[in-house]
Design a protein around this ligand. Structure first.
Ligand SMILES: Cc1ncc(COP(=O)(O)O)c(C=O)c1O
Ligand SMILES: N[C@@H](CCCC[NH3+])C(=O)O
Length: 420
């Protein structure tokens, strides 16, 4: 469905490029709301990124989309995995990543997470564990950790699509840069094998934030030059943004790569990057059906079966996702607000969108849904989470639609719900 034969493909895949007949057929077969992930596009995004950073190790930030289909496609393409929790670590191992291709990045990790990561590291010494606090170093030592250790640095510079996703400044992540050398020494004194440095400025970095990116990398480079430990890699994080609006330009990857290289001059260590969004965002669409149309105070409202429990980014960050109607486009265009079925006023997927006058039964496609889409779906309002179909040789249902029993299964396994 990608529509291009080039392995790396064009750097932007717009929502308009998805084949409407194919999407309608998927909705008819699997129902809505439905996430669709195109693995060919995931591979093309990886190829483009790896091409721009030929000497770098690319780790996929699993938090963006932890589906096994995505993990396997990226593993087969040669990526590693960056995991933010024991659950993601388990998923990466299950998908077939070798321990040496995985970084576990602990953020105030619950005890169970550390227990699991330390067990994995003991069984598979090639695993890298990244910590961003002195307490995490001590908690690893208490558990007898003696494996590959990377320190997350708080660079003091943030970036990203909004304050909510900026991690590099005034945020909970990492050890202040001026304390990093000392914490690395502590880690080595505990018997850890110090192998790397890490920082991540934030998520959704755009072309006008490349100065910030370079400052973050420079901060890491300064620590790398200062420490006496022999570093294998410097991990400059992910955060590479993608266009969400038609008017936005793609990220200039060549410029990002050049600025990164420049900042790392004289640092004798492999460059590691850990993108999530860039690899999967435009590989995914969300399909949703309109079930209610009303006009309120002059505004047209299309109520759909997907909302903030399906795709939370608009409600959570005010994020824009393109929306396209798959209905006949010979209707007049109206300004439409697309809202969901959740009992919250912020349950909006898109406001004032120019769409063909909506009718009950219309199918809508929401673009750039492959990153932080199904991954952030919730059961709020006791709403089952949606199904996911992967496109590769053909469509495959890789995550079935949840049922009410799935929503409540952790509460009382003996309980049965009344028949309708
Ligand atoms: C430590 C870390 N690495 C990688 C990522 C991936 O970010 P993105 O999906 O923007 O590439 C994140 C998310 O912001 C992160 O916190
Ligand atoms: N979840 C965020 C990005 C990742 C933040 C992780 N540090 C988003 O949807 O934009």
């Amino acid at each position: 469905m990608n529509g291009d034969g080039d392995t790396a493909g064009p750097s932007v895949r717009r929502l308009s490029e998805w084949n409407a007949d194919d999407l309608r057929a998927l909705a008819a077969e699997y129902g809505t709301p439905l996430y669709v992930d195109d693995l060919e596009r995931v591979r093309a995004n990886h190829a483009r990124l790896a091409g721009a950073f030929p000497d770098a190790e690319v780790l996929f930030a699993v938090k963006a989309n932890a589906g096994r289909h995505v993990l396997r496609a990226l593993r087969d393409a040669g990526a590693g995995a960056e995991c933010a929790s024991a659950g993601e670590l388990a998923r990466a191992l299950d998908a077939g990543f070798a321990a040496g291709e995985i970084h576990y990045t602990a953020v105030n990790p619950p005890a169970e997470d550390l227990d699991y990561a330390v067990d994995v590291a003991a069984a598979h010494p090639a695993l890298t564990v990244t910590a961003g606090a002195r307490d995490t170093v001590e908690r690893l030592a208490e558990r007898g950790f003696a494996g590959r250790f990377c320190l997350r640095v708080h660079p003091g510079v943030g970036a990203g699509h909004s304050e909510s996703v900026s991690t590099g400044k005034d945020a909970k992540f990492g050890v202040p840069a001026d304390e990093a050398s000392e914490v690395l020494n502590t880690a080595a004194d505990h018997g850890f094998d110090v192998v790397g440095l890490h920082a991540h400025a934030g998520s959704g970095i755009t072309n006008d934030q490349l100065d910030d990116h370079e400052r973050v990398v420079s901060t890491l480079a300064d620590v790398a030059r200062e420490t006496t430990h022999n570093l294998e890699f410097v991990d400059v994080g992910g955060g590479f943004g993608v266009p969400y609006r038609e008017s936005e330009d793609p990220l200039d990857l060549a410029a990002v790569a050049e600025r990164t290289r420049d900042a790392l001059t004289d640092v004798d260590a492999t460059l590691t990057i850990e993108p999530g969004r860039y690899l999967v965002a435009d590989a995914g669409v969300l399909l949703t059906e309109v079930n209610t149309v009303k006009r309120v105070s002059g505004s047209v409202i299309a109520g759909a079966d997907a909302g903030m429990t399906t795709l939370v980014r608009p409600a959570m960050y005010g994020s824009y996702h393109p929306i396209r109607s798959l209905a006949d486009d010979d209707r007049a265009t109206e300004e439409v607000s697309v809202v969901g079925p959740v009992c919250e006023s912020t349950d909006v997927l898109g406001e004032a969108r120019a769409l063909p006058a909506p009718e009950r039964g219309d199918l809508l496609a929401v673009g750039n849904a492959g990153a932080y889409g199904v991954e952030m779906a919730s059961n709020y309002n006791s709403r089952p989470r949606p199904a996911v179909v992967a496109l590769d040789d053909g469509p495959e249902l890789v995550r079935r639609r949840e049922t009410l029993a799935d929503v409540t299964h952790a509460e009382d396994t003996a309980h049965t719900y009344p028949d309708p």
